[in-house]
Design a protein around this ligand. Structure first.
Ligand code: SF4
Length: 320
């Protein structure tokens, strides 16, 4: 059986709460026990509302944020046990594409310098070899060598994201964490970037962990989908099962809001009451209970475990 590329076990990231008149206001449970497995070559998406902990999860996996608790195995190795130097070496294989490529590209450097930097940091190749690699990579993402002498502000949003992708891929990583990579782009450009990411996945045998709030985008790109709510994964399944047979009431509500391009399709929209509660003060029991349309008494007291519903389909709900 294929070994997972990435295994995340009981991952937690708690931030100190705001201090006020009454002293420290406890902890913000941004990520509160996430389990996730990603196999080589697949695209697993984490989806959920803003504030559910999906981006924090991605950053913890790369140790851009230090997790509070848990285990992160990359190619079977617990990366939380690596020292700074070992982690830097490991990052060759784990790269990130950010939502806002403009904010993440140094405005004072040319694109050529930006793409060469990771190679220099990791001591890869001679200056001539690096130049060749950078020139190849810029063309792979659909730009030209002439673009290498320009600065980030000279590019459109879509082009900048191509540069962000080129920078992530220049080290030939195994895993790419893409954090809302198309949400800042126009819909027409979104499709181009998603198609580019899919082509590159085949060409470089990449594994993607794709983070998004947009279920239409996630449907386009994913093999499997994990739905997060208030710091926890509440449902995980392959794309087909999740979209055709969502089980968790939260997933059902999210999916009912996605437009379907079929005039015959008359699915009822499930409106969720209230906002996402604060992770500084999560509800007791099932944290979804104050908004759940089918909540029962037990839900307010007991935390549901993530249980197997069908092959590869896991749900945390007392009623399922
Ligand atoms: Fe709703 Fe209860 Fe299931 Fe939570 S456990 S999703 S509150 S039915």
């Amino acid at each position: 059986m294929t070994q997972p590329l990435l295994t995340v076990k009981s991952l937690k990231k708690h931030f100190p709460g705001k201090s006020g008149f009454w002293g420290n206001q406890g902890v913000v449970r941004a990520v509160d026990g996430v389990d996730l497995t990603v196999y080589p070559g697949e695209t697993v998406s984490i989806v959920g509302e803003s504030g559910c902990g999906k981006s924090t999860t991605g950053r913890c996996i790369l140790r851009l944020l230090e997790p509070t608790e848990g285990e992160i195995l990359f190619q079977g190795k617990d990366i939380l046990k690596l020292n700074e130097e070992q982690m830097r070496t490991m990052r060759r294989n784990m790269q990130i594409v950010f939502q806002d490529p403009f904010a993440s590209l140094n405005p004072r450097k040319t694109i050529g310098q930006i793409l060469a930097d990771p190679l220099i940091v990791h001591g890869i190749g001679t200056a001539a070899e690096r130049k060749k690699q950078v020139e190849e990579m810029i063309e792979i993402v659909g730009l030209t060598k002439q673009h290498l002498d320009r600065y980030p502000h000279e590019f459109s949003g879509g082009q900048r994201q191509r540069i962000g992708i080129a920078r992530a891929l220049i080290l030939k990583p195994k895993l790419v964490i893409a954090d809302e990579p198309v949400s800042a782009l126009d819909v027409s450009i979104q499709a181009q970037i998603l198609n580019l990411m899919q082509d590159l996945q085949k060409e470089f045998q990449l594994t993607y962990l794709f983070i998004s709030h947009d279920l239409s985008v996630v449907r386009h790109i994913s093999d499997r989908v994990a739905v997060m709510y208030l710091g926890k994964v509440v449902e995980v399944a392959d794309k087909k099962s999740l979209y055709e047979n969502p089980v968790h009431p939260y997933t059902r509500a999210l999916l009912s809001a996605v437009p379907v391009p079929d005039p015959e399709h008359k699915a009822e929209r499930i409106l969720l009451e209230g906002d996402l509660p604060s992770p500084a003060n999560p509800p007791t029991g099932c944290t979804f209970h104050p908004r759940c349309p089918v909540c029962v008494e037990m839900c307010k007291r007991e935390i549901p475990a993530l249980r197997k519903k069908a092959a590869g389909h896991f749900v945390s709900c007392h009623l399922e």
